[in-house]
Design a protein around this ligand. Structure first.
Ligand code: 13P
Length: 251
């Protein structure tokens, strides 16, 4: 997959106040003074910081992303945010179907697909998350669960529009536990096979598959070198510029 430029995205989740933008400045400094990164760099801050981050990051090549969007483009949905609002604030990407949204807000694959469609409609690139639970992996169902999520969460529009898949085993998120390199290899190969089955060889091979779940400076190099791992989705370690930069540099 060497033809795909790797992508490293930071997901700040519900973390970050105005002063946290200092981390973005520090990241920009590291990115512009060090060796040029080989990866596309995206930061997904809370919506409150998105517009500032998008304009502040532009000069150093840091792209901005949202963490979620509504499936509708506008309307009576108090507290929600639409894909076009994110785009208007300067976002180029949006995470949809994160396991925390699926768990905390009962989001189904159908809803995730509708959100991905809305994102594409607004000119954003959706980062569509999938991943199995602990119990599902122990039961030997990881591949089946992820395949079903992919089938139902990725819209047909992915044939002609850029989408990113993020494989995030739920049990690895925020736990410090990661799958073995062999497990990552096998499930990313299975995801690639599903994408090629559905979209054909030339399209299916160009869709990025990110790994997420306790990706850290200490393990980034070996995980990001696994076949069909085209980058990472980073939670906790994206909050500190130094750690996030080390992961970006590991590509
Ligand atoms: P951690 O990197 O904190 O495990 O979070 C991963 C994640 O959920 C990114 O979306």
């Amino acid at each position: 997959m060497s033809t795909i430029a790797p992508l490293i995205a930071g997901n700040w989740k519900m973390n970050g106040l105005t002063h946290s933008l200092e981390e973005l400045s520090e990241l920009a400094r590291l990115l512009t003074t060090g060796e040029a990164p080989r990866a596309v760099v995206v930061v997904c801050p809370p919506a409150t910081l998105l517009a500032t981050m998008a304009s502040q990051g532009a000069s150093s090549g840091i792209l901005a992303g949202g963490q979620d969007c509504h499936a509708q483009s506008a309307g009576a949905h108090t507290g929600d945010i639409s894909a076009s609002m994110l785009a208007d604030a300067g976002a180029q990407f949006v995470i949809v179907g994160h396991s925390e949204r699926r768990a905390d807000h009962g989001e189904s694959d159908d809803l995730v697909r509708a959100k991905a469609e809305a994102a594409i409609g607004a000119g954003l690139k959706p980062i569509i998350c999938v991943g199995e639970s602990d119990a599902q992996r122990d039961a030997g169902e990881a591949e089946a669960v992820v395949s079903a999520q992919l089938a139902a969460s990725i819209p047909d529009a992915a044939e002609h529009h850029e989408v990113v898949v993020a494989y995030e085993p739920i049990w690895a998120i925020g736990t410090g536990r990661t799958p073995t390199l062999e497990e990552i290899h096998d499930i990313h190969a299975a995801i690639r096979a599903r994408l090629v089955d559905r979209f054909g060889l030339s399209r299916g091979e160009t869709i990025r598959i990110l790994y997420g779940g306790s990706l850290k400076p200490q393990n980034a190099r070996e995980i990001l070198a696994v076949d069909n791992v085209n980058g990472g989705l980073v939670g906790g370690a994206s909050l500190l510029a130094k750690d996030f930069y080390t992961i970006i540099s590991a590509v």
